[in-house]
Ligand binder design. Sequence first.
Ligand SMILES: [Zn+2]
Length: 232
Amino acid sequence: MTRDEAKLKLVAGGHILAAEGQGDLTRGHISVRLPDDASRFYMKPHSFGFDEMTVDNLVTCDLEGEKVEGWAPRHSEVYIHSEIYKRRPEITSIIHTHPTYSVAFSATGRPMLALSQPSALFVNNYGVYTGSIDLIRSQDMGRGVAEALESFPVVFLKNHGVVVCGTSIEESVIIALMLENACQIHMIAEAAGETASEFPSQDVMALRKKLLSPEQQTVNFNYLSRKLDRRR
Ligand SMILES: [Zn+2]
């Protein structure tokens, strides 16, 4: 992948997140490592919505969270990205959003159960950051989030939002959408009362493997891109 291709895909990822309801005013961000330089990443600019991302307004940051290129302002929460990229060399794309059901789920403090297909991805497979309800505006706080993430793909920022990590933009975007779907079903099912017994954990793990296939992420990401194109 070239730098230009990575920028285009990042913009597409941002537009998909907006179209699928992950936006919260101008809050939230998505980033991707430069394909030929793991010490830098492209990121959505501050003061713009996900749907306003363009190849031109992306900012480039380094692993200290400093902006090294771009005219647009940098998100103060850049440290979520820089500290995770520092700790997790295999991660190439990170998303932070405030989706309604995911935030509500984080506020319950209850564990994720296998109540739906997307939840199979997350049962016993996420961290929880409880350090603050505030913005993650320092390297120290970013480090706290990266530590809470451990080696999981997802960390809930309690009463605040989610951070989703992937080995591609397709993966981080699709997992972020599946996480919100899992949390929505979880909240509805638990609000309805006691939930019935779950399927055996080996069944849940077998489903997880299928849901994690990179082909699936690409097929679904491309579908959501075409859906956006049809709306334009
Ligand atoms: Zn936030």
